[in-house]
Design a protein around this ligand. Structure first.
Ligand SMILES: [Mg+2]
Ligand SMILES: [Zn+2]
Length: 196
């Protein structure tokens, strides 16, 4: 059985975020967000990132983009999407502190999640990151596995059916919380609120 959900003892100072399915709408299986026109923020995602930024909680996007290895898009296309994403987020004071990408195919690198390479890269880029005060938000088993390897609390985003499937499939993994959206994680699990 998965360990019972328990609130984080302390508010995190860094939140690692998966991208597809957490910040933007995930494409159907086998498809990738190949250009900006296909990138659609999920409801509440911008507000959630703004709340994190307002609370001085560092946000680092860690995303697998295997479509690059498969020739579906170039790394320049991914960079373009992230540049535009950050510009859109900045308009709401919600930009992320870093965006780290694994463009590789399965089994060919150390950075594709659930590997920890992107988290190591993040620490090299931002030495202030304290893994003892970090949390991971994702929507898939790979995010959960990476978080467990890191020893960080993990929060799963998604509909109940998808989340139960992940948890039943990985009874050995612990999860700190689950919610239908990133905004719910930020408000209900981390306790952040819009200043009144
Ligand atoms: Mg995802
Ligand atoms: Zn990689």
């Amino acid at each position: 059985m998965n360990e019972p959900f328990s609130p984080m003892p302390l508010r995190p100072t860094t939140v690692f975020l998966d991208r597809d399915g957490v910040i933007n709408r995930k494409m159907p299986a086998g498809a990738y967000v190949e250009r900006w026109e296909q990138f659609e923020f999920l409801p509440g995602a911008i507000e959630a990132l703004s709340l994190l930024r307002g609370a001085a909680i560092r946000t680092v996007v860690v995303t697998n983009q295997r479509g690059v290895a498969l020739g579906r898009m170039a790394i320049a296309d991914v960079d373009d999407i992230h540049g535009r994403m950050q510009t859109a987020l900045a308009a709401s004071a919600a930009q992320c502190d870093a965006v780290l990408v694994c463009p590789h195919d399965e089994g060919s690198c150390g950075c594709r999640k659930p590997g920890l390479g992107l988290f190591v890269q993040a620490q090299a880029l931002i030495p202030e990151i304290d893994l003892d005060r970090a949390a991971v938000v994702g929507d898939s088993a790979t995010d959960l596995i990476a978080a467990n390897r890191l020893g960080c609390p993990s929060f799963l985003v998604g509909d109940e059916h998808a989340l139960v499937k992940i948890l039943v499939g990985h009874p050995d993994l612990s999860v700190a919380g689950r919610a239908p959206s990133l905004l719910s994680v930020v408000t209900d699990c981390l306790g952040l609120r819009e200043p009144t």
